[in-house]
Design a protein around this ligand. Sequence first.
Ligand code: NAD
Length: 266
Amino acid sequence: MERLEGKVAMVVGAGSIGPGWGNGKATAVTFARHGAQVFCVDRNRDAALETVRLIEGEGGSATAFTADVSRGAEVAVMVQACLATYRRIDVLDNNVGIAETGSVVEVEETEWDRVFAVNLKSAYLAMKHVVPVMIAQGGGSIVNISSVASISHVGISYVSYGASKAAMNQMTRTSAVEFAPHHVRVNAILPGLMKTPMVEHSAGLAASYAKGDVEEMWRKRDAQVPMGHMGDAFDVANAALFLASDESRYVTGITLVVDGGLTCRS
Ligand code: NAD
């Protein structure tokens, strides 16, 4: 069933930081499997190209584009490049994100600014340039990838990450109201503890969980979740597919938690 037939989807952060399936890579491939033409943006050209190769290998259509989306000028060029290639943008998936550990006492000012630039400013910039395109087209769907760390303390300290994602939630809700009359829907997904390359490679996460022992970190994360295991990148991708498709045409402004019950446990 091609749930995105005829749609053009821009996935920002469509590569993966390491071998395996990240949320952005899985989302780009899932969108293509359901009929979308996918514009795959990443600051790492090889990562974007790998996702495009996967899509083309399955008979889908995709284009790679390199940009640092924390920079306004690069985002403006990115949006024009997508329009030059596909003429429209029906779906925008804002997936870039980095996690740096530390409390407000520990985190350095430069790190705080960097996390906010990558996690929040990137999504603001992409929406700033894409929303007018969607309005002119008569509508569209924006999916912002947030985190359960925006609404709860998940056991380790990364205040800049959680604060940037909380701001993303409010940007989502505010924009949902403001652009609803134009049929531009804006929703967020809050993934829980997912087993992705980003977690394995983020500075400080394995150190915070298990003194640097990645296997022990996976065990601890599994044990935190009521379902007994972490989610994977396709759990996020499938939620994004629903929000991107017309099946969710009456859904806007939600923060969709995808966490195996984690945030229900006090
Ligand atoms: P990933 O790090 O594997 O992939 C993200 C891609 O974004 C990378 O290829 C990276 O090169 C790219 N990128 C980073 N900064 C960029 C920039 N400034 N400009 C352009 N590209 C940039 O991560 P992923 O698995 O795809 O998931 C990322 C998203 O999921 C993040 O927003 C993250 O906060 C969120 N998330 C993940 C988890 C989890 O447990 N894995 C949980 C909650 C939320």
